[in-house]
Design a protein around this ligand. Sequence first.
Ligand code: ZN
Length: 321
Amino acid sequence: MTSVVSARSSQGSSAFSQSVKLRVKQIDGDRCWACHSESPQICHVIAQEDRQALLWEQLGLLDFAINSDTNAIPLCPTCHNEFDCALDPGFVLIPTDLQFFIEFELKDRQRRKTQAESGVISKRAVPSPEEYKRYQIDKGVVAPDAIGGQYLPFFLKKYLHPDLPFDVTEHYSKPKEWHGAPLACVRRCIVILGSARLRSLPTQTRLELERLRNLYFLDEEEGLPPSHNGFLDTETQAPPGNKTKKRQLDDTTPDKFPSPKKHEDTQQGLDKHSYSKGATTFCPILQKEMPAYWSLGPDVSTEEAVRRFAPVITQAPESVT
Ligand SMILES: [Zn+2]
């Protein structure tokens, strides 16, 4: 699978190819997904300009290329504009079964925690388009031949047909299928938790979105120890056969020869927070130096580097559904 990073860096652009556009129209139809207007544009769900895309990828929340069809949806220019209005979006699509995502994350947390206790830190798994669809097929929410899981078109502004003497928003606010990556939609949904239009969201939806946001971005939920969900969710494991190097997450025993920097951080309780004070790193998305959030800063000893990062492994998570 092409990563977001490599897709951006290797192509220099995340615009959709013609074949992707055609495929999306074949799957979703040649009308605006939101308001059914003709001649839609093929739009990004995770925006090309999304400055958090890389962070979401690092957190294991985004596992598809920005320019892939799984990140595409047909929208008319009006809905596209409201969807992309970053500071005041007027339209989003919301997975109709947010509880599925909450339970998926809770199970995946347990999986990561269990693996961490045996010395392995593995990457988060999130529901794929197929997993969400399959879940809803099993529940009878969508038909076996559905193009994808079900989403609610949600209008935060009444921008559709403003000249009409009546509000047509309700007519278009009916759940429908979409083929793409549900986490791309969740990215947009979480943005509206900061909107002054938040009150238009049903209470249950808001509570579920808030819960999901907390599970994705906070360590403390559900009793997980801090550091398990670090900014660099890099897969690490102690060298095979070297049992003495494996550690529990709550093991704060200092190394035999701790570096002065490490010792200082441990004393301040910062050892596991992957934050290197004052350090910067070059961000290829922002094209500038940014504060560095990393597990190994320049003051970390070689022994520590070997212990934590060699060999780097990828634990392909099993389905947790
Ligand atoms: Zn539209």
